[in-house]
Design a protein. Structure first.
Length: 324
């Protein structure tokens, strides 16, 4: 369990993180493979700046540990003598550093993306077939000696793809648009899809093209890296905190989402990151799951009371006679 926190008031900011680190890889359409290490550094200070950086969720980026990348960034700003007037300037410098870094050449970026894209569709196909099998078994149990025909099976698969599209459309979109990259690599990604889905590709082409466009522009996986910046720029009067969700590099453009930004304009703030249940329980004095159970029980009680008070005499007499 990873737990991190930023506490700040108008005068100062404090950051804390545990030492558990997780390497995340994509194992399926809904499945994520995680390897956990019990001792790692996830909290860093920038040289000669009042800014700290924390890492959560995936400890790797494009095959490199974030610890290595952030150390390189610290050396870069030290050697260049860079100053940041605001925290936002530091965040923008970090994004620019990743996009221009020689650690990730363009061929590596394309190879990483295409491997990720192919793995996604292989597991998407597996998910579709598993879903179809479960539906077919359920259909057979209710309609003895009957099986789904080909048209019914295709319709089920199309509905599942439409469901995936509708779910993906409400995910967070990257701060930068990748439509140009989508058009540039369109022939290659169509070839990958054609090889995976074979003869079915033309049948589902419309849905798959929509999914592919979403894949280029949306945070569709739960294995992006969380990077938290907190502190003061040289001209900041109060501390700020900014959290990015960073997914990948493609064509030297960073696929990321600005997940959270806050300026300390009140007396104090407490911001939990990653798995926040422990911090929420400490701050509120009650477990979030137990709090939700209490709210549900209270709502149900008032709902039952309202129903009882609004019943007509005939309904009450009927309830007494039936015992319900």
């Amino acid at each position: 369990m990873t737990s991190e926190i930023v506490i700040m008031n108008k005068n100062a900011v404090s950051m804390a993180a545990d030492s558990i680190s997780t390497i995340v890889s994509r194992a399926g359409h809904h499945d994520i493979q995680r390897k956990t290490y019990s001792s790692s550094n996830k909290l860093f200070a920038l040289y000669d700046h009042s800014i700290g950086i924390m890492v959560y969720n995936n400890a790797n980026f494009m095959g490199l540990p974030w610890e290595t990348i952030i150390h390189a960034f610290r050396e870069h700003i030290k050697n260049e003598g860079k100053r940041f007037e605001t925290l936002e300037d530091g965040v923008e410098c970090f994004i620019s550093f990743l996009e221009k870094s020689e650690m990730f050449d363009k061929d590596q970026q394309v190879r990483f993306f295409m491997e990720e894209f192919e793995e996604y569709h292989k597991n998407l196909l597996e998910h579709l077939l598993q879903n179809l099998e479960e539906y077919s078994d359920e259909f057979y149990s209710y309609h003895f000696d009957e099986e789904l025909n080909r048209e019914d099976k295709l319709e089920i698969l199309k509905q599942e793809l439409d469901k995936i599209i509708s779910q993906s459309q409400i995910t967070k979109s990257y701060d930068q648009n990748f439509n140009a990259e989508f058009e540039f690599y369109l022939q290659e990604i169509n070839g990958i899809c054609s090889g995976i889905y074979e003869s079915s590709y033309e049948i589902f082409k419309k849905q798959l093209e929509t999914i592919n466009c979403l894949f280029f522009n949306n945070l569709m996986w739960n294995c992006a890296s969380g990077i938290v910046f907190a502190g003061f720029g040289d001209n900041d009067y109060t501390p700020k905190v900014c959290s990015l969700l960073i997914d990948r590099l493609l064509s030297n453009k960073l696929a990321y989402v600005t997940d959270f930004f806050e300026n300390c304009n009140t007396n104090a703030h407490i911001f939990p990151f990653a798995q926040r249940e422990i911090i929420d329980a400490f701050v509120k004095g009650i477990s979030p799951s137990f709090e939700e159970d209490v709210k549900t029980a209270i709502n149900d009680s008032f709902s039952d009371l309202y129903t009882s008070l609004t019943k007509t005499d005939e309904e009450k007499e009927l309830q007494q006679n039936t015992g319900k």
